[in-house]
Design a protein around this ligand. Structure first.
Ligand code: NCD
Length: 352
């Protein structure tokens, strides 16, 4: 594995190896103190972040490496109109690995075409967030022994929540996972995700109510309504505060349920849930740091490589207004098939 753009690009064997490494780091952190000594990670955060940015930074520091970058693009040449291609090309000349978060869907894939060093997608708009999925899988595996056969409720904004999309993508590598997709109808998973689940033969059901399904769940993955992704503010107003998990609602849940959340939470988990032993979201954030250590250990130690020449795009093929190809006009018109449909290879949206 050279880049981590989409969890779907990783094989089960690669994930198992990464998890074994992560588990070893959790058990013997001192053995990894110098694992990235002399390595430098670039951190390009074009949109707000607390956990992901800090956990990547601390992960690199705990491996003996160093970090530079920006958390506010207005302080970089992006504000002068520099293209993503030029920023990445140049930054990859300074760093051994590039970690990036953007509001544009498919931006990490785009960056990987021009980078001399591995690129890690730390969230690309409402699209994917594969390292959050590594945190999620590490949490479930450490606390429940494995992922196969579990019933997982994903609740909240399943349309715009990239952590949800990455998580579903990853489940294709596991056996007999059942999904209860809990959302208002207008915030249901995007069509390309539904096509993906059907194509993979995954079991899923879409419901609007949380309480009725809680007793059946092994994992309840709560998510925030993603205010910043709404093009229509009224749609946000209609949906905010729609699901609130309280201690009382957990009365009917299994004793060994895992209540997870990628954080930050707004109001979807009441504070009185925090002290319930089933609430593992703060542990999950810490596991995320160890998972990122395992990933950086692998990727920051790879040799530099000149990327292959990339075709220059002449026309826009993707109509998704949030796709990176809309603003970076030089990107090649790459296409992939999902569920028998031609889709944009950057953002996964179907091509019309
Ligand atoms: C998530 C994200 O940025 O997508 N946060 C995170 O990385 N832990 C979830 C969110 O913002 O709701």
């Amino acid at each position: 594995m050279r880049h981590l753009i989409d969890f779907g690009d990783m094989s089960r064997a690669e994930w198992d190896a990464l998890y074994r490494r992560c588990s070893d780091i959790i058990d013997r952190p001192e053995a990894y103190r110098d694992a990235c000594r002399g390595k430098v990670s670039a951190s390009l955060f074009y949109e707000p972040s607390t956990r992901t940015n800090f956990s990547f930074q601390t992960a690199m520091l705990r491996l003996g490496g160093s970090v530079f970058g920006f958390a506010d693009p207005n302080s970089s040449s992006v504000a002068k109109g520099e293209t993503l291609k030029d920023t990445v090309k140049m930054v990859s000349g300074y760093a051994d690995v590039v970690v990036m978060r953007t509001p544009w869907e498919g931006a990490a894939r785009a960056a990987s075409l021009y980078s001399d060093v591995p690129v890690i997608n730390a969230g690309d708009g409402g699209h994917m967030h594969p390292t959050q999925t590594m945190a999620d899988l590490t949490t479930i595996t450490r606390l429940r022994g494995g992922v196969d056969g579990l019933s997982v409720g994903l609740c909240g904004d399943l349309k715009n929540g990239r952590t949800v999309h990455s998580f579903i993508k990853a489940m294709e590598k596991f056996q007999d996972v059942k999904f209860f997709l809990i959302s208002p109808r207008e915030l249901a998973v995007p069509g390309y995700m539904r096509d993906f689940m059907r194509e993979q033969g995954m079991w899923f059901t879409e419901v609007t109510g949380l309480e009725a399904v809680i007793p059946q769940l092994d994992v309840l993955y709560m998510t925030r309504i993603q205010k910043e992704r709404f093009l229509d503010p009224l749609e946000y107003e209609r949906n905010k505060g729609i699901y609130i998990l309280t201690r009382r609602k957990l009365d009917r849940a299994r004793d060994d349920l895992l209540v997870m959340h990628p954080l930050p939470r707004v109001d979807e988990i009441a504070v009185d849930v925090d002290d319930d032993p089933r609430a593992v979201y703060f542990k999950q954030a810490r596991f995320g740091m160890f998972a990122r250590m395992a990933l950086l250990y692998d990727l920051a130690n790879q040799p530099r490589m000149d990327p292959e020449a990339v075709e220059i795009g002449r026309e826009r093929v993707c109509s998704n207004p949030r796709c990176i190809t809309r603003t970076e006009g030089y990107l090649p018109p790459l296409v992939k098939r999902i569920g028998g449909v031609d889709c944009c290879a950057f953002c996964d949206a179907p091509l019309r």
